[in-house]
Design a protein around this ligand. Structure first.
Ligand code: CO
Length: 171
């Protein structure tokens, strides 16, 4: 089921998510909902809190070599932890909760992570490139943080001004 994506400045986005303790059918349904919702907006990543579920769950689906997003490539990540990180990289990020806004953000270039899959199995992985960037972006959502909080003071001020104007225009 496609769910509504909550957008900035909805206060729910500031909420800290909780660990999943039981890996049951409810979690599997939520993962499917997250997938359908993300694909409906052409996203490459989504955290559960973006559909108002404060659980430590995220999905990432990067395009493959043919630049296509296929469901087999979806990575379902539950209770993620970044256990090591190195380097730094700059990438122009966007977010389904801050639609149509893009800005450069600096993040670690390489990360080592641990998480559970949908059946509760522990997975250890190392990522770099866009996968590392997306993983860090989505993990921030679970802490109640958005990428716009990483902007410089002036860029953030400009963003707030533009965003207010945009919200007013929608009313
Ligand atoms: Co986001």
């Amino acid at each position: 089921m496609i769910r509504e994506i909550i957008t900035y400045p909805n206060k729910l986005l500031k909420q800290k998510s909780q660990d999943v303790e039981v890996f049951n059918e409810n979690i599997h349904v939520l993962l499917e909902d997250m997938y359908e919702t993300m694909m409906s907006k052409n996203g490459i990543g989504l955290a559960a809190i973006q559909i108002a579920e404060p659980l430590n769950i995220l999905i990432i689906n990067l395009p493959n070599q043919d630049d296509k997003q296929v469901k087999e490539d979806v990575i379902e990540i539950i209770n993620p932890k970044i256990v090591d990180k190195r380097g730094s990289t700059l990438y122009t990020e966007g977010c389904l909760s801050v639609p149509e806004y893009y800005e450069d953000v600096e993040r670690a270039e390489w990360i080592k992570v641990e998480y559970h899959d949908r059946n509760g199995n522990l997975v250890t992985c190392e990522y770099d490139g866009l996968m590392a960037i997306a993983f860090q972006h989505e993990c921030d959502h679970l802490k109640g943080e958005l990428f716009i909080e990483k902007l410089s003071y002036l860029k953030r001020k400009k963003f707030e001004k533009e965003w207010k104007k945009k919200l007013k225009g929608k009313k």
